[in-house]
Every structure is written in C-alpha cells, then in structure tokens.
Design a binder for this molecule. Sequence first.
Ligand SMILES: [Zn+2]
Length: 180
Amino acid sequence: MGKMRAYEIAFVGLKPGIHQFNYELDDKFFTEKGAKDFSNTKANVKLLLDKHQGFMLLTFEVGGTADVVCDRCGNPLKINLWDEFKVVVKLVENPDEMNNQEEDPDVFYISRNESHLDVSDWLYEFVILSIPMQSMCSEEEKGGSQCNKEVLNKLNEMKERHSEQQTNPLWKGLDKFKKN
Ligand SMILES: [Zn+2]
C-alpha cells in the first residue's frame, strides 16, 4: 500500500489535549484514490485531534467546493462541501481482532505500539460523504430552473412520444391481441 506520508500524524509526540491540522485536498488526491464523479475539487478539512490517555477523539470539519453534474440535465454545478464527522481511535493490544468485532463504524482500533496515524482514508471518505447523493440545478434560482433547457426538452419529447404510444388505440388494440 502506498503510504501518503503527508497525511500521517505522529501522535506519540503530541501532548494530551486538542491539536489542529488543516488539509487542502484537490482532484489529484481524489483521483489517486479512485474517485471520478466530481472535479475541480477544492476541499479543506480541519481536523481536531483530542488526545487522551489510551484514545483519541478526531473531528473532521469538511468545507470547500467541488464541481458535479446535474442529475437531470448534465449541466456542471458547483456545490459547497459542508459536514462534520467524528471518529474515536482507541489504542489496544489486539487492533485487528477489535476492528473485526467493532460494529460502530466511528470507532477504530490501532496498536498500542503505533506511533503514527494515517488519516488519508478518512479525509477521502468524509469529503465524498459531504457530496450530496443527488445534485440538481436549483429550481428556486431566479429565472426558474437552471437546467439545460435543450436537454430537458429532448427528454420531455421522448416522454411524450412514449405516452402517446401507450394511449394510442392502435397500440392498445395490439396489447389486447397479444394477451389473447
Ligand atoms: Zn439541470
């Protein structure tokens, strides 16, 4: 596995208490990890690491922007990334076993001997989770829907033609014929 050193935190050297880390993530970071549904990404993640004896509480505050395409018409859309995620990292003797047993996705175990924490997978996952599942041009914007009118018209034409076929008596007759 290619380690992304820039995203490793040497937590052993940190004093107990809250420490802040900032990450600026662009397309390169996401495409290297396999993402392809968005582009022009300018994600910034503020990570607060609260170090305690035996565990750490991580809070990821996701912000920034990315470009996606409208689900309805394919127009490019700029969206704001905004969300917050928490992870508890516990230091234990048997992290593999504990990770297999743990059902809470927000709890993660590492070895007591570990000195570094790689947060790149979390950064990736949490930014992706900040992107809405469905993105569409806004209806409320002045001038009505920002959707690509040409594409919408084509879609409507196709729908109309389809329903014409369904209501056309000739086709209805054929349906009956088929059933008999
Ligand atoms: Zn649209």
